[in-house]
Design a protein around this ligand. Structure first.
Ligand SMILES: Nc1ncnc2c1ncn2[C@@H]1O[C@H](COP(=O)(O)OP(=O)(O)O)[C@@H](O)[C@H]1O
Ligand SMILES: [Mg+2]
Length: 536
């Protein structure tokens, strides 16, 4: 099977295959696990999943379908857990019973012959219940009007050529904006009585605020003018301890292991003392005045020409910071968006041959409304299949018509997710356990996917290599991006993190430090949980 041809749960498919192998089947029989039940489970499962494509698209227009999908995902996770348990136990017994096994020599040699079964009835009942659930779910297909797509869009996708590193595409436009910000940073006036000035860059998510701050931060003139530079990614959680720590580590380029605010403040204050510093607080949301006071204590004794760039989607935060007037970042022009789109799709393709694609592409780019993030995501998606029918399908998708509320997921991002091959959908949705701005390593994420059973082994390549290909695919489709601060690590854009949260819904829960039990959105349908702590 080609790796992108899996259905909802690649893990389940692998488990079915594992359990169907001769010697494992034999063990299961001896444990009184009814293999007919396994067959029934398989059929019930496939009966539900044939309408998956249709359900995933229609869920946004019909809450009943969303609930139906939640039920299906939950039942599939339960099935996975049960089969995984069986497969692991069977494997364990196989190893223990092998002639080479030391334990076997001291164990009861008649282990199998005794028909000893640690699971028997309990496990059969469990599987029966899952089948019942799946059969119930399958019955609702018709009532909800779900149809088997039969389009096989996933199966026909050609794989984007993968490279270990995706070279960050060029930055389009922003020359004037860059100069404007640099002038504000280098100007001698504009300081207020705080001893530093706050320069806000404001605009929609995905418009390019962080990118602009980065190109400014890395400019030679800035390096020459400022004594100390520090960058902190703030995101949802305006936590003075974490931000002060991040700034201290960034300015000294050394890790720091205390979480004591007073010590951290003292350290940062010392580093900034009498220096002309540039600090970037990226993606600030919080309007909490006390937190700002707590954080800004460390900035008071610097050179008054010091600057703090704050990027934010929320102008409200700026009142608290006594900031200069906001620098409002505009959308990219159609031409800039088109150039960016081409970078991701038709860059090296001969222009005559792809004339019709260009026309459709231009229409699609217009729908991105000048947001480079949306352009990159759609570019990454459409590059997977240079075919006019497919591109038209994306152009005319119903998902563009979803009502847009404040902070709701952009249709372009939903579309990119919707068209991912199913196994990548799962791998991506799982990433919602990462907090916003979290930097992760490629290898570690692949190992986590493998542990969850999301990675299907290939015929000739190792599981790690297959997982690595999944990663490259998600990277080339801009679901992940290289961290600007540490090139060997990766991050998800905040809006992509929101997308992962929205598609994984109740199955993944993450908790940050200081959570309170009563606030935990816990249900039986939670299958993945992360707890983020600064202290171990
Ligand atoms: N001018 C640009 N040209 C090309 N790509 C851009 C440009 N601005 C932003 N991007 C890309 O768009 C994505 C979103 O940009 P980002 O700066 O993270 O947005 P924001 O911080 O406003 O949410 C990133 O992947 C970035 O590389
Ligand atoms: Mg940003």
């Amino acid at each position: 099977m080609v790796w992108w041809e899996a259905v909802l749960s690649p893990a389940l498919q692998v488990l079915f295959d594992k359990l169907a192998s001769g010697d494992i089947l034999e063990l299961l029989r001896r444990w009184n696990i009814n293999d007919l039940l396994l067959e029934k489970l398989k059929i019930a499962y496939f009966t539900c999943t044939v309408v998956l494509d249709d359900a995933e698209e229609k869920q946004y227009f019909n809450p009943a379908i969303q609930t139906w999908l939640d039920m299906l995902k939950d039942a599939v996770c339960e099935a996975e857990d049960a089969l995984d348990f069986l497969a692991t136990e069977a494997l364990r017994c196989k190893v223990e019973l092998s002639p080479q096994s030391l334990s076997n020599q001291v164990r009861n040699k008649n282990f199998l012959a005794n028909n000893f079964s640690p699971y028997d009835e309990g496990m059969n009942v469990k599987i029966e219940k899952i089948i019942e659930k799946l059969e119930f779910i399958a019955k609702q297909k018709g009532i909800l009007g779900l149809e088997s797509s039969g389009k096989g869009i996933h199966g026909m996708m050609h794989r984007t050529p993968t490279t270990p590193l995706v070279v960050e595409s060029c930055i389009y436009g922003r020359e004037n904006e860059k100069e404007d910000i640099i002038n504000l940073l280098l100007a001698d006036d504009g300081t207020n009585n705080q001893g530093f000035s706050v320069i806000p860059i404001v605009g929609m998510g995905g418009i390019g605020k962080t990118t602009l701050a980065q190109i400014v931060y890395n400019d030679k003139r800035i390096d020459e003018a400022f004594d100390v530079k520090a960058w902190a990614c703030v995101s949802d959680d305006f936590n003075s301890i974490n931000i002060t720590k991040a700034l201290l580590e960034s300015s000294t380029a050394k890790p720091c292991d205390t979480m004591n605010l007073e010590l951290l403040q003292r350290g940062l204050k010392q580093t900034l003392n009498k220096k002309r510093f540039l600090i970037v607080l990226d993606d600030v949301w919080n309007e909490n005045f006390e937190n700002w006071n707590e954080l800004s204590i460390s900035f008071m004794d610097g050179d008054p020409r010091s600057r703090i760039i704050v990027t934010s989607r929320n102008e409200g935060v700026l009142r608290v910071m006594k900031a200069l007037p906001a620098y409002r970042l505009k959308e990219l022009s159609d031409t800039q968006c088109w150039l960016l789109f081409q970078d991701h799709t038709l860059e090296n393709e001969d222009s005559e041959k792809y004339l019709s694609l260009r026309q459709i592409g231009r229409e699609i780019v217009k729908k991105c409304q000048g947001l480079p993030l949306a352009v990159k995501m759609l570019g990454g998606l459409l590059a997977s299949k240079l075919d006019a029918v497919y591109w038209n399908q994306v152009l005319n998708s119903n998902l563009w018509d979803l009502p847009q509320k404040k902070n709701s997921i952009l249709p372009s991002l939903r579309l990119s997710y919707h068209h991912l091959p199913p196994n990548l959908k799962r791998c991506f949705a799982y990433c919602s356990i990462f907090p916003k701005g979290y930097e992760f390593e490629r290898k570690n994420l692949v190992l986590l996917w493998m542990a969850e059973g999301f990675v299907q082994p290939g015929a000739k390549i190792s599981m790690e290599e297959v997982g690595d290909e999944y990663f490259s695919e998600l990277l080339s489709r801009s679901f992940f991006q290289e961290s600007a601060l540490n090139r060997s690590r990766y991050v998800m854009h905040d809006l992509i993190n929101d997308l992962a949260g929205s598609v994984s819904r109740i199955s993944c829960v993450r908790q940050e430090e200081n959570w309170q039990r009563e606030h935990l959105e816990w249900s039986e349908k939670v299958h993945h949980f992360s707890y983020i702590s600064q202290q171990i």
